[in-house]
Design a protein around this ligand. Sequence first.
Ligand code: ADP
Ligand code: ZN
Length: 821
Amino acid sequence: MNGSLFAPERSAIVRVALPLPVDELFEYAVPPELDERAQPGCRVRVRVRDRVLTGVVVERTDRPQFEGRLLPIESLVDLERMLSSAMLQMLRAAATEVLCPFGIALAAALPAGSAPRTAAGYAITRSGRAALAAAAVTGPDRSLLEALDRRPRTRTDLGKLGRAQRLDALERDGLVVRTSLLRPAVARVATIQCASVASGVDVESAVAKLLARAPRQAALLREIAAAREVRARALLDGFPDAARLLRRLADRGLVELTEKRAARDVLGEPLEADRRVSLTPDQTACLEPIAHAIRESRSETFLLHGVTGSGKTEIYLRAVSEALRAGRQALVLVPEISLTHQILARLRGRFGDELAVLHSGLRPGERLEQWERLRAGATPIAVGARSALFAPLENLGVIVIDEEHDSAYKNDEGFRYHARDFARRRGKQAGCPIILGSATPSLDTRFAAERGEVKRLVLAERIGGRPLPAVEIVDLAQERDRSPRGRMVVLSTALRRAIADTLADGGQCILFLNRRGFSTAILCFDCGATERCRNCDIALVYHASDQYLRCHYCDFQIAPPDRCSGCGAPDTALVGLGTQRLEEEVRGHFPSARIVRLDSDTARRRGFTESVLRDLRGRRIDIVVGTQMVAKGHDYPGVRLVGIVAADVGLHLPDFRAAERTFQLLTQVAGRAGRDATPGRVIVQTFDPGHYAIRPVLDHDYEHFYTEELGYRRALGYPPFGRLIRALITGPDEAATRNASLELARLVSAVAADGSDQELEVLGPAPAPLTRLRGRYRYQLLVKGPPGPLLRGAAETLAKATAGLALPLHASVDVNPMSML
Ligand code: ADP
Ligand code: ZN
């Protein structure tokens, strides 16, 4: 600034991380008009060979490392920094830890957004500012420069100030520069149309006078009047032609149509009235150390271990309030979208609408808008799924991770971070505690508590001393042997009777089917072959609705064949059990019940899951037949019976966490029963009633399961004792894929051999449990061993080698994998 007044501007250089599988930064020159805005943490569009990519500015420099002419950045995506320097640093460290190129991690952390629109305009230059400061310009030129000093403007804008004709001269003198002006990247903010009765209109007299010959319009007007204000779309249920009717009514001046910002939509209805409660002594004991940590800005991890209904959510709310009181912010994470609505309702009830919501169900524009609200400091609370962890909250006071055991907290592709690990990083950086809440904590977290790394707080009982549901076990093997012709039994006598009793009492039922690894398939009675997908080598699933066999991975579909495609025998049959078949079976037994199916098929419709859960809560449904989706969620007071149709199916998956997942899932599902005064009932149907992951569900005995499982893990060196690294190698040609895997195994075995005293085990390569997927063969390679430099070395070796694989082969390396299929 105090250099020579009219010195030519020296263009700055930025180092940009790009979403490419290379771990290096790319240098670009910054055009003067973007100079001020191209700051670390902003996204930019830049040219890489013949493509234009979006990257993130990581740092600025005036000394390029690249020798040669630098390309300029093409445009800016963000008007403001999206990521603070602290966040950039944390992301870089996390990316390194999980062996992910920085640019790919950054792309995963930021909300998707489009480049801003640009308009031609003018900006003041550094020389222009200097001239202003030195009072070197006067009169109209001065007022023009002053206007531009406040912000860049278009020529039209400046024309309105009456000064546009001087622009060319000022540009020649280097005091102003042509620039492209940016409009914010926020994609159109969605609006919703609302209808209300126009002011001053008396509905009944309008109906009598004006609408005597238009009964549909009259009915619609009454409906609108009854609701005061309604969303136009909500009228479609009763009035399929609502759009036309509304226009007529608006033309007559009877109805007023307004466009409202859809932000409310993002928060989702319904709003729950807040219940002010005083904490129980147990809750107080749990909250106290948390509140302490918040007040002292101490980064500490708490495991809030409490059965369903024990008041964990109330503690989250109190912790949030404590953080707000300390002038800080709060971040609440839930494993998936359908759960955001429930916790959101409770948060809104207590803290009002000043919440930001972040999850993948939002449209890009909506997500960006929420992000902007947080960054602008418009709201101190963010709620969302995994990726909300990267939300721009600069003064965090607490992080809550609800249902911390859920595997959805691990990102399974690209930037393979685990939300728990990243939360710990953020907590350290911000100086704030983390609350991990669960009724069935992950073995990892529970074990960390045992080792004193995490402080465990226990809520052993349900609020108000309500009993936990009574769990009964039905042995399906016995049931089958008793049934005529040894047919597979879907609904045991005990379960059918329990459903009937529950319905007769006015209660609701949930029938749960663990879909993973178990669905309706076609089986040949002669050779035992199932019809499998040609691309993915998994059993095709029969869909009764359109009578097709479909692959649940690649969507391949065929009509069921007449003969077995393996041996040609005509004797094939549908076996197994899908939710559709279960639904039919239930309908057969209970024809007058209101039954809804909730699984990945029906949930594909936007909003369907939420509406089912809402109806369940509002007691407009008698029986829900569903998969994992019904296992989660908080409060369904009318659900008195939960039937777990086939408890053990998940146990047979080739995954060392199969038992843990099964126990957690069953316990979660069982916890759905009996949340109001009436104790609930749970019936577990299983072929393996004595299994250590099923038996303890009977008496809600987490510790029993934990101890047993921990013993197995210790004996086999699985997490939380040893660590795993998984490499997955895929390719269209089986031999080539196998050879590449063998080569990787050879490389990593050499690393393992270095550590004479520490033992690393290299398992495989072997075909992955999902041997073929979308036309590609899959091989996996596992490295198992104690955490430490040797294992780290093996992981790095793998990452480097896999990055060098030539297409069409592809490989990925997963540090601490959650999915083993
Ligand atoms: P969790 O999250 O462990 O399932 P919640 O916090 O949802 O438990 O509590 C279960 C129910 O008990 C909720 O309806 C909640 O409003 C109520 N509740 C929680 N704490 C108290 C309390 N101290 N006194 C009375 N009711 C409470
Ligand atoms: Zn397939």
